[in-house]
Design a binder for this molecule. Structure first.
Ligand SMILES: [Zn+2]
Length: 289
């Protein structure tokens, strides 16, 4: 019985590897980049995200399986702008021969106190630059599929541009003096610059530990002085501080928004475009509230 099963399944076993190997093995550093890469590649690639949905790309600790995935990859897609220090160390250790695409290579970077602001994908116009860089990478490693990849990239870029126009329309419904939001992580400066929203981060306070009473009091004063309308936490950040501050200052506390990671599949922000639609809906509701 066992032997007959084996014989029956043999043709399937022989047929499957050839098909599987037709898909290019691709690794992307985090879930947002993996989604953009899948949109560009379509059926041409099997894309794996190293940092999972809801994971924090800033402090990720790679696993041995990540090293193997990088070693076997034909293409590795990174954000750049100093986001993935752990990957910069992992790549040489993996002895990978993959082509490395730096998705943000063509972005005009913003600067923060600590250096470059890596969150460039939060401006959809930068997202289109990511799409172009990733398409160029595929064209280099799979020239025979370049035309199909370019067509997909162009279509996706058009959908991102339509999202950008929709967001601008939504923001136009909020009076300028109400466009102030406090977040737990400084991830929305590119987004804020694009649409004229002032994002105020809780800088100088460690969001991982329990905040001191004095730190909370200082933030509450800041919120009142700057007339902040709404407070949000990110899906990957410890929200304790921001929740406390919202309660003490009496401003609207929005639901979790998505800055550095998508939601798991089936969640409200399981793609790059759905992330924008969800975040913008929450931001607008809170700012107009
Ligand atoms: Zn971040």
């Amino acid at each position: 019985m066992r032997r007959r099963d084996l014989l029956l399944s043999l043709p399937a076993l022989l047929a499957t590897p050839a098909r599987a190997s037709a898909k290019l093995p691709v690794v992307a550093s985090f879930s947002i980049l993996a989604d953009i890469t899948r949109e560009v590649a379509g059926p041409a690639a099997a894309v794996r995200s190293l940092v999972p949905p809801d994971g924090d790309v800033h402090i990720y600790e790679p696993r041995p399986s990540d090293l193997l995935a990088i070693r076997g990859a034909a293409l590795v897609v990174t954000n750049g702008l100093g986001l993935e220090g752990w990957l910069t160390r992992l790549l040489p250790a993996s002895a990978s021969k993959a082509l490395v695409v730096v998705a943000a290579a063509a972005v005009t970077p913003r600067h923060m106190d600590e250096g470059l602001d890596p969150h460039a994908w939060q401006d959809p116009r930068n997202g289109i630059l990511y799409v172009r860089a990733i398409a160029d990478g595929f064209a280099a490693i799979a020239p025979d599929q370049a035309a199909a990849i370019r067509a997909r990239a162009n279509d996706y870029a058009r959908r991102i541009a339509a999202m950008d126009a929709w967001i601008a329309q939504q923001m136009a419904t909020v009076p300028p003096e109400q466009r102030r939001i406090l977040t737990s992580h400084d991830a929305f400066f590119y987004f804020g610059a694009r649409y004229g929203i002032e994002f105020i981060g809780v800088q100088g306070i460690d969001t991982e530990s329990e905040p001191s009473a004095a730190a909370i009091a200082a933030l509450v004063r800041q919120i009142r002085a700057e007339k902040v309308k709404a407070v949000f936490v990110e899906n990957m950040a410890n929200p304790a501080l921001v929740r406390t501050v919202a309660r003490e200052s009496g401003v609207v506390l929005g639901p979790a928004v998505y800055s550095d990671a998508l939601s798991p599949p089936g969640g409200p922000a399981d793609s790059y475009l759905k992330m924008f639609r969800y975040n913008v809906t929450q931001f607008v509701k809170a700012m107009r509230g």
